[in-house]
Design a protein around this ligand. Structure first.
Ligand code: URA
Length: 444
């Protein structure tokens, strides 16, 4: 039988040919290869790795398992952004309408939160009525009309990735660079893009915690894109603390709306502008970072970015009034300040503990089929390096009830470390990676 031979070969460090990848994935999606054999195969890949050619063949086999978004008739640059995931990462909600309002077509395909990380689709679900389950035909139509669609991975795009991802999640095989690269790039290449910007997170809250592994993932994805005519630029950004202040679906949506109206927290805006600038430069709409930043700031200040968000929400069945009045988003029943237990320096705000806290409040999922409470979460106003006095409010817990408030406070006690000394946090944006290699990112 094919599967057992491939498991044995990979277990012993051998290679899988392109035809074998296609046959294996085809048999898996058709139900002829059971999950237990695919799980054993994935574990063999986890330990033995894949070379670049195998990673490329796997990506193609995954891409060909479904349909693609044919956007070739749309003359504007078609550029997406993808983040490898984190806590408080609501960049997509700000960046997609922002760059779409400037003439880039953004077919943004996102996922749901799982484990400690949040997902853009769950944040969008916080908008009353919003639907992200667009068919490819509906997404194409919307992209032609208004230049942006915020969609989930329908069964039409790389369907084998959905099945494989759930299996990887249940078998501790997510954190393998070739599997992550093929999973992300098979979906992105199905979007018919002319460019892609990657936000590769590093630090304790990310999939790949070290800079070295982040750079390697970026390099693999850049090569996969380049070989298929899709230029890819990656920024390495920090996920050793949450991004922005809000963590939790409706709370993050509210923060994103404030950001689109020019009132976003500095770290969120810095990452959003940096990634958006790369999109504008890839699309030929800005000459350099300075030019891009000035144009982006103008798009926010003029209100055009917020208006574009309203247009997108309306097109996808949601209530666009949330942009003028975020109080229309789901609201938590129980709210309480969390105060610093002692004076000192905020040494750490551990993203995994914050993410697990959101799940404990009912706002995240441990299994894909779990439903989430959009209203719960945290707003953490303190940042690593801040000096705080005992009893000073450093965060707010948003919960369903008293028990939730207690669970939220316990999670924050674990997440927020106050000490006499603190290591400096990671630089917010440390590297820019292109086909030419990695360079350090100067934040002027
Ligand atoms: N995101 C994906 O889409 N796939 C992975 O494997 C990891 C993160």
């Amino acid at each position: 039988m094919l599967a057992i031979r491939l498991i044995e070969r990979k277990r012993d460090g051998g290679r899988i040919d392109p035809g074998e990848w296609r046959a294996l994935l085809g048999a898996y999606i058709a139900g002829h290869v059971p999950d237990y054999q695919m799980a054993a195969f994935l574990m063999a890949v986890f330990f033995r790795g894949l070379d670049r050619e195998e990673t490329s063949a796997l990506t193609d086999a995954m891409l060909r398992s479904g349909g693609t978004l044919d956007l070739h008739g749309i003359p504007a640059p078609r550029i997406d952004k993808h983040s490898t995931g984190g806590v408080g990462d609501k960049v997509s909600l700000v960046l997609a309408p922002l760059v779409a309002s400037m003439g880039i077509v953004v077919p943004m395909m996102s996922g749901r939160g799982l484990g400690h990380t949040g997902g853009t689709l769950d944040k969008l679900d916080a908008i009353p009525g919003f639907r992200s389950d667009l068919s490819l035909a509906a997404a194409r139509d919307q992209l032609e009309r208004i230049g942006c669609a915020l969609l989930g991975q329908s069964g039409e795009i790389a369907p084998v990735d959905r099945k494989l991802y759930a299996l990887r999640d249940a078998t501790a095989t997510v954190e393998a660079i070739p599997l992550i690269a093929a999973s992300i790039m098979s979906k992105k290449l199905a979007e018919g893009l002319t460019g892609l910007v990657l936000d590769v997170k590093r630090g304790s809250g990310s999939f790949l915690q070290t800079l070295e592994r982040g750079l390697e993932l970026a390099d693999v994805m850049i090569s996969l894109g380049a070989a298929r005519g899709c230029p890819v630029v990656a920024l390495i950004t920090a996920m050793d603390r949450p991004l922005g202040r809000a963590c939790g679906n409706a709370l993050e949506m509210e923060e994103a709306i404030h950001a689109l109206r020019g009132e976003g927290p500095a770290d969120l805006m810095e990452v959003t502008y940096a990634l958006a600038a790369e999109m504008l430069m890839l699309g030929g709409l800005a000459n350099d970072r300075g030019d891009a930043k000035a144009k982006l700031e103008l798009a926010i200040a003029s209100g055009q970015a917020a208006e574009k968000f309203q247009e997108i929400i309306e097109a996808q069945g949601g209530n666009p009034a949330v942009v003028d009045d975020p109080a229309l988003l789901p609201q938590a029943e129980a709210i309480e300040l969390y105060r610093a237990p002692r004076r000192g320096l905020v040494a750490q705000i551990e993203p995994r503990a914050v993410g697990r806290g959101i799940t404990a409040l009912g706002g995240g999922r441990t299994r894909m089929e779990d439903s989430v409470d959009p209203a719960v979460g945290f707003v953490i106003t303190a940042k690593p390096g801040d000096w705080v006095e005992a009893g000073e409010a450093v965060a707010t817990v948003f919960a369903r009830d008293e028990a939730g408030l207690r669970a939220g406070a316990a999670a924050l006690r674990e997440a927020i470390c106050i000490a006499d000394e603190a290591e400096p946090p990671l630089p917010l944006i440390s590297h820019r990676v292109t086909e030419l290699g990695a360079e350090s990112y100067d934040t002027e």
